[in-house]
Ligand binder design. Sequence first.
Ligand code: COA
Length: 189
Amino acid sequence: MGWALKAAATHCNHGMGYFLYGIELSSTPLLFGKLDEDYHLETPGTLEILIKSWKEAKGSAFLVRHEVFVNEQGVPVELELDELDASAIHALAYRNGECVGTARFILLGDGQAQIGRMAVLAQFRGQGIGKQILIKLMALAKSKGISSLILHSQVAVMPFYEKLGFEAQGPNYEEAGIAHRNMILMLPK
Ligand SMILES: CC(C)(COP(=O)(O)OP(=O)(O)OC[C@H]1O[C@@H](n2cnc3c(N)ncnc32)[C@H](O)[C@@H]1OP(=O)(O)O)[C@@H](O)C(=O)NCCC(=O)NCCS
């Protein structure tokens, strides 16, 4: 079965998912400077990316996702939360202590994992926060021995993922009324 079929069929990824994997996780703080030494925030202040379980993350992650996907992009609210959140690993970006971005990481088996629900509040975009969330999840994938990371990208933001090495695969398709395309990143052993 190809990865496009195996992956949770969801917009970024919203909708029904097919795989549930339980993960025990505690919060692991990682300061910005340790994530990408060469990258500098365009505005002063602290940025911290924390890895959390859904239990720990849901209060903050839901607020960011609701604002970005439901209020801004018009994704139906009933698609925003799904059963995969409970078993996913969540990355949360805190700018000066305020949660301003999030994404989730789902183990799919066979050395694959999927990134989804990548969102940064509009007023905090263009400052490298999304990039740091992605770098954090790429490091997490490597630490778990993942060989390929997949995601369903909104076509409009594909350049964001391409900058970190993701490549497009297959045709465009629609999810939650938004044009998407599958992307993949092979991780070296
Ligand atoms: C996509 C998103 C998470 C990016 O977050 P961000 O914090 O603004 O991104 P960054 O500032 O870290 O950008 C990193 C790089 O990607 C580029 N980039 C970011 N968004 C881009 C876009 N829409 N188109 C082209 N390039 C983009 C930036 O210019 C930057 O390039 P640089 O490293 O050469 O300076 C954010 O725009 C967002 O939340 N969008 C709405 C929700 C969404 O569409 N999520 C994706 C679902 S698949």
